[in-house]
Ligand binder design. Structure first.
Ligand SMILES: Cc1cc2nc3c(=O)[nH]c(=O)nc-3n(C[C@H](O)[C@H](O)[C@H](O)COP(=O)(O)OP(=O)(O)OC[C@H]3O[C@@H](n4cnc5c(N)ncnc54)[C@H](O)[C@@H]3O)c2cc1C
Length: 376
């Protein structure tokens, strides 16, 4: 059982981790102005209520860590399910990882989590044949990269992290308002979403900047310094396997940047489904296309990149990722204001991509734990 392995891995690290956190907490208190420190000391080691905005990997990593330390967390997510840019689109013609394709592990803090997910079958190694495609044909990619995917879809890990968390889906947080020492959140509909001691904003940087502008202009300005490139993703299903000689390709000199045979990933439903990503330049220049037109143009680019296709798709669709990849992530692992009890995290803080998002969410939780402690 995943939770058992994670809990035991976590226990081994816990005593030294807790000592480190207590020390960090003391240092944090010493750095604060006396009035703020007093308020933080009052919070120390009592359960605090935290609103997390965004149920992507960073928001869920943060929420999970805070709940595991005894705090009361509620997550608000504007879409229908957990995952954000690690979502999986399910259709009658197969499923598609239309955002993140796979992830790699380079940070030793991420590795134990990854290993526990591997053991529990939530994640598996993707051994697909990956090439680079350009006008001269295809070449195998250089070097060895271990690529991992969620099973049966990229969203599996996020859905797992969300188990037992309080999450309100289809709830877009529109407004944050200071109320006393805490926060009141309002939905797009104007509905009151409740009062919280602390808030964590775990959404792409431009959306974080918008949300924070009214109440935390400095943090908003910092988030605005992390622009994000868009990406059009086309999803196509075919009635028979395409004989293209690869499962994934980085595409050069094309409107495309990447294509992948979704069915070559472990634990998929076996349908011949392909995901095609537009390059940041092409996606930016064609951002306002209708979905149907974007899908057709990316399919044409796929056809041009591989020569010809054996068959026409039986299903073709597209998704516009307006904020896909951070262009220049901020150096700090998260943004944090102890006075406001406000944090912001995501792949645009610290390091980009899936691993960076996870570590950023953990960092935001760590800053709050250092300030508020953990109830007994
Ligand atoms: C096309 C594409 C390909 C990618 N490929 C890879 C890859 O191969 N490998 C890799 O490692 N990474 C890849 N990435 C990046 C990876 O997906 C992200 O780094 C990671 O998923 C970011 O997680 P996050 O939690 O920071 O943000 P997100 O996943 O964006 O989560 C933010 C969540 O907040 C929600 N939200 C936003 N505003 C509000 C609001 N006001 N109220 C409530 N909810 C809100 C959103 O709906 C979303 O669910 C790719 C991304 C894209 C788009």
């Amino acid at each position: 059982m995943f939770l058992v392995s994670v809990v035991s891995a976590w226990k081994i690290q816990r005593s030294s981790e807790e000592r480190r956190r207590v020390m960090e907490g003391r240092k944090e208190l010493n750095r604060l102005p006396e009035a703020v420190a007093k308020r933080a000391r009052r919070l120390s080691d009592r359960q605090v209520s935290v609103a997390v905005v965004g149920a992507g990997f960073s928001g869920l990593a943060c929420a999970r860590t805070l709940v595991d330390h005894g705090h009361k967390v509620h997550v608000f997510e504007k879409s229908r399910g957990a995952g954000g840019r690690m979502s999986t689109r399910r259709t009658d013609f197969g499923s598609f990882d239309h955002g993140a394709q796979y992830f790699t592990v380079s940070d030793r803090r991420f590795a134990p989590w990854m290993n526990s997910w591997l053991q529990d079958g939530l994640v598996a190694r993707w051994n697909g044949g990956i090439v680079t495609l350009d006008a001269g044909g295809s070449q195998p990619t250089e070097g060895k990269t271990d690529r991992f995917v969620g099973v049966p879809g990229m969203s599996a890990i996020c859905r797992h992290l969300a188990v037992d968390l309080g999450v309100s889906f289809e709830t877009r947080v529109e407004k944050l308002e200071r109320r006393g020492a805490g926060w009141r959140l309002a939905a797009e509909s104007g509905a009151d979403l409740g009062h919280f001691d602390a808030v964590v904003i775990a959404v792409p940087a431009p959306q974080a900047a918008d949300l924070l502008a009214g109440t935390a202009p400095e943090m908003a300005a910092r988030a605005a310094e992390a622009p994000m490139a868009p990406c059009w993703a086309a999803m196509a299903s075919f009635s028979a396997p395409l004989e293209v000689g690869f499962d994934g390709a980085f595409v050069l000199g094309s409107p495309l940047s990447w294509v992948a045979r979704n069915a070559s990933k472990p634990g998929r439903d076996g349908r011949e489904s392909w995901v095609m990503h537009g390059s940041p330049d092409w996606s930016g220049q064609h951002l306002e296309l209708e979905e149907e037109d974007a899908a057709t143009q990316l399919l044409d680019a796929f056809r041009a990149a591989v020569g010809e296709l054996d068959s026409m798709p039986v299903h073709l669709d597209a998704h516009r990722w307006r904020f896909a990849l951070p262009q220049k992530p901020l150096p700090e692992p998260c943004l944090f204001d102890a006075n406001l009890r406000l944090a912001a995290c995501g792949d645009w803080c610290g390091g980009p991509r899936v691993e960076g998002a996870f570590l950023s969410g953990c960092a935001a939780a760590g800053r709050l734990l250092a300030l508020c402690g953990a109830p007994g």
